[in-house]
Write a protein that binds this ligand. Structure first.
Ligand code: DGJ
Length: 533
């Protein structure tokens, strides 16, 4: 009897907890952003599976990589063609399987809605839609040519997408009181490759009409770098960028409506992702996916799709300057930085600390599984290794690390393509980061690729938490203390446990004397206390 009562009370408390546990939410205040999961600051240490890996028979390889990486969030697609095989008949068995398995692996999910757009095409539309091209049309090219890209102006497509996506969100609301799913990606790299916009009769008619009043706002026009006017056609207002901006407006309006309908069922944070353009030049839209949320049309997307919490860059570009520029462009007062995809290679792991230093909310390499045995697949394991090492460290420091990120308390340095030393300003101190080599200034790098990084958190006066990979660091007095004699009072190596640094040893002698404390392939955690003399 006694046992039954206790079991009953525990079950009751668990149910209450699940009901009252807070829905994940993205809070933006004074231009700073925090992703709250179960009411606490959270950072997505993520990994995205390959496109066809969400099927039950292929999940075991996914979990193997997820475990190896120490990730806290798996990004995984939901396929429209699978959940609605017949019009109006929904099957959420795969979604339920994902929820169950994610819970047993203690991992959160970001679900990727592969709906109307997947990389600019309609390939995930159910067969009954693909067979009815008149009702669910693609865009028409300038010359009447066929393009493999759905039209953002097709109302039947929009209504069908809204219906399916709303059904998914309704299902989640009921199936996920635990909040395993923390965010939703609406569509995937939407836009149009090949043709800058739809040139169908309907599209042409709208293109020749007046630009909608919402877009003719002074701030938006200034941000789009065109003269401020109060009316005009697309061509009159936007000149040579008119075709692209028209497409961006229509794609964004479509996706904004899908997101808003989904939120009505279940209000989770939602975003969409961008196939990027080169951020260092201003290429014409014929050279990238037109209409997607590329950096130049962010103001259009923000106006057309307010239901989206953020626009996210997929980082497949090469070179430090490009990648850091992209991070700056998507880190805005009205847009939290989240990198939902980064090419899975040993170099990109270094950018994780850059997302923290910009107050971002998550980072995820793409294609973490190969649907083989990860532990037996040396190559994949080696590529995942730096992510795994960083994630293990960062996971131990959550939620504190996420909170420091929001408050702007984190600084970082990533090794440039030139491997040169970099200096980070830390108030009364500055720290030179020497990449590769043996820690001496400008020593030859021991790593061919620029794979080093360092992250600094100021804990208080003369006290810093520092981590990094493949670099050495050297503190020096700065500001009023510039040029003063100094030494390390203490360099402690430790771990982060239950919200506090726990020292394991004091580093001294060879570990600090020759070129400063250093980091190898695995990021250790140091608490450094320099002192002037
Ligand atoms: C970016 C897309 O968003 C992903 O779904 C996948 O197709 C990758 N490209 C492949 O590299």
């Amino acid at each position: 009897m006694y046992k039954i009562t206790i079991a009953f009370i525990l079950a009751f408390l668990l149910t209450c907890f699940q009901i009252f546990a807070q829905t994940p939410t993205l809070v933006s205040q004074n231009g700073k952003h925090t992703l709250l999961v179960d009411g606490k600051p959270f950072f997505i240490l993520g990994g995205q599976v390959h496109n066809s890996s969400a099927w039950p028979a292929f999940l075991s390889a996914v979990w193997k990589s997820a475990e190896y990486m120490h990730l806290n969030t798996l990004e995984v697609p939901v396929y429209w063609e699978q959940i609605e095989p017949q019009e109006g008949k929904f099957d959420f068995s795969i979604v339920d399987k994902l929820l169950k398995e994610a819970r047993s692996h203690h991992v959160h999910l970001v679900l990727l809605w592969f709906g109307t757009w997947k990389n600019g095409s309609n390939h995930y539309m159910p067969g009954w839609m693909k067979r009815d091209a008149d009702k669910y049309p693609n865009i028409t090219g300038k010359n009447g040519k066929f393009y493999d890209s759905p039209s953002p102006l097709a109302d039947a497509t929009l209504q069908a997408d809204i219906k399916a996506f709303s059904a998914l969100m309704y299902h989640l609301k009921n199936a996920d009181s635990q909040h395993t799913v923390i965010m939703i990606q609406v569509e995937n790299e939407a836009g149009t490759w090949g043709s800058v916009r739809d040139y169908s009769q309907k599209a042409q008619h709208l293109f020749e009409a007046q630009v909608p009043a919402e877009l003719l706002n002074t701030d938006i026009l200034k941000a789009l770098k065109v003269p401020v006017v109060s009316s005009g056609t697309w061509k009159e207002v936007f000149g040579e960028r008119a075709d692209e901006y028209f497409n961006a407006w229509n794609v964004a309006r479509f996706i904004g409506k899908v997101a808003a309908a989904g939120k009505k069922e279940y209000n989770l944070p939602m975003y969409t992702n961008a196939a990027l353009r080169d951020p260092l030049i201003d290429p014409p839209a014929t050279q990238y996916e037109s209409g997607g949320p590329t950096d130049n049309v962010i103001p259009i997307w923000k106006t057309a799709a307010p239901a989206l919490d953020l626009l996210a860059p997929d980082v497949y570009l090469d070179g430090n300057e490009r990648v850091l520029k992209v991070m700056d462009l998507y880190n805005r007062k009205d847009n939290a930085l989240f990198v939902p995809e980064a090419g899975l290679n040993v170099v990109n792991a270094k950018y994780l600390f850059e997302v923290f230093s910009r107050g971002g909310i998550g980072f995820s390499p793409f294609g973490i599984d190969n649907n083989g045995d990860t532990s037996a697949n040396r190559e994949l394991k080696e590529t995942l290794a730096p992510y795994s090492a960083e994630y293990a460290l960062c996971a131990s420091m959550l939620p504190q690390l996420a909170s420091w990120a929001t408050k702007g308390k984190i600084q970082s340095a990533v090794e440039g393509d030139d491997h040169k030393d970099q200096t980070v300003e830390l108030g009364d101190w500055k720290c030179t980061v020497v990449f590769g080599g043996n820690g001496r200034a400008n020593a030859a790098p021991v790593y061919k690729d620029p794979v080093g990084n360092a992250m600094f958190i100021e804990l208080g006066k003369d006290s810093f938490l520092v981590s990094g990979m493949r670099c050495h660091i050297r503190f020096q007095p700065a500001g009023n203390d510039e040029g003063k004699a100094w030494q390390y009072l203490k360099v402690e190596e430790g771990v982060y446990k239950n919200g506090a640094f726990v020292p394991l040893r004091i580093l001294n002698g060879d570990e600090t004397d020759w070129g400063g404390p250093g980091f190898g392939d695995t990021p250790s955690l140091l608490r450094i206390t320099p002192v002037t003399r």
